[in-house]
Design a protein around this ligand. Structure first.
Ligand SMILES: C[S@@+](CC[C@H](N)C(=O)[O-])C[C@H]1O[C@@H](n2cnc3c(N)ncnc32)[C@H](O)[C@@H]1O
Length: 249
C-alpha cells in the first residue's frame, strides 16, 4: 500500500480530518446570520468525512454539495449522513477544489474548514467567489499566526509546510482585496485541536501500526503526525486556525 493510501486509511475513520468543533461551526453560522428561516444552497469544499457538511444539513434548511477529491472520504460521509437521516440533503461530489463545475452565482454559502490551504487561501477565495450569489457568505478556516513575531524553528517549520500562513490582519486584507466584506472572525481554541482532532488520531496509531505490521511507511506517517502534535503543544500560543466569516460584496 502506498503512503497516500495509508494516510487515507489512518484518517478516514476519524470524526474529522482537521481541527474544528461543532460549537465553532455553529458560531460561524451565527456570525453569518444563517438560520432555518430560508432555504440555502451550500457548497462544503474539502469536506472530508463530513463533520461540517452533516452538521449544516442537520441544523439548517439546506441542500449541501459536499466536495472532496477523495472518494473514500465521501463514502464514509455517505454512511454517516445516512445514520443521521440527512443523506437526502447532501450531494457528495468527487472533484478537485480547483476545478469545480459550479455555475456563476449558484450558492448562498461556501463553507470550507481546514481545506483551502490545498490550493492556497488567496487562490481559493478568489476562485470560489464567482460561485456565490451577491451577498453570499464565505466561511473558511485557515491556519493563522496569532502573533506578529514567533520562534525561528516554528517559522521555519511553517515556511516549509505552508508558506502562505499569515496573521489574521493579513488574511482579512486578502479577503477585502478579493471583494469580500468581513463580518466575523474567531480563532479555534485548543480543545478543537486536542480533544476533537489529535487525541482521536493518537488512539488510532497503535491499531494502525499493527494493521500494517510496523512497516517503515506506516511508522513514518505516525512519526510525522507525532511531530506535528508536539509542535502544536509547544507553540499553540503562536498559531491556530482562524475562522473567517465574510460576504461577497
Ligand atoms: C484537513 S482535511 C479537512 C476535512 C474537513 N473539512 C474537516 O474539517 O474535517 C482537508 C480535506 O481537503 C481534501 N482535499 C485536499 N486537496 C483537495 C483538492 N485538491 N480538492 C478537493 N479536496 C481536497 C482532503 O481530502 C481532506 O478531506
Amino acid at each position: 500500500m502506498n503512503e497516500f493510501q495509508l494516510l487515507i486509511d489512518l484518517h478516514k475513520h476519524q470524526p474529522r480530518q482537521g481541527p474544528g468543533g461543532e460549537a465553532e461551526t455553529r458560531l460561524a453560522m451565527q456570525l453569518a446570520g444563517l438560520d432555518r428561516s430560508r432555504h440555502l444552497k451550500i457548497a462544503d469544499i474539502g469536506c472530508g468525512t463530513g463533520a461540517s457538511a452533516i452538521q449544516l444539513a442537520k441544523e439548517l434548511d439546506a441542500e449541501v454539495v459536499a466536495v472532496d477529491f477523495l472518494g473514500e472520504f465521501l463514502a464514509v460521509l455517505e454512511e454517516r449522513a445516512k445514520e443521521y437521516g440527512v443523506l437526502e440533503r447532501i450531494r457528495p461530489m468527487k472533484c478537485s477544489m480547483d476545478a469545480l463545475p459550479f455555475g456563476e452565482g449558484e450558492f448562498d454559502v461556501i463553507w470550507s474548514e481546514g481545506a483551502v490551504y490545498n490550493m492556497g487561501f488567496e487562490n481559493g477565495v478568489k476562485a470560489w467567489k464567482k460561485f456565490l450569489k451577491p451577498g453570499g457568505k464565505l466561511m473558511v478556516s485557515e491556519i493563522t499566526w496569532l502573533t506578529d513575531e514567533r520562534p525561528n524553528d516554528l517559522q521555519a517549520y511553517w515556511d516549509d509546510v505552508y508558506p502562505e500562513i499569515d496573521t489574521a490582519s493579513a488574511k482579512i486584507g486578502v479577503l477585502e482585496r478579493a471583494g469580500y466584506r468581513l463580518t466575523g472572525y474567531f480563532c479555534l481554541q485548543s480543545d478543537c485541536w486536542l480533544n476533537n482532532y489529535y487525541e482521536p488520531l493518537q488512539k488510532r496509531f497503535k491499531p494502525f501500526l499493527s494493521q500494517y505490521k510496523n512497516s517503515d511507511e506506516a511508522k513514518a506517517i505516525v512519526a510525522a503526525d507525532e511531530e506535528e502534535i508536539a509542535l502544536y503543544k509547544k507553540y499553540c500560543s503562536y498559531y491556530s486556525y482562524g475562522f473567517y466569516v465574510a460576504e461577497k460584496i
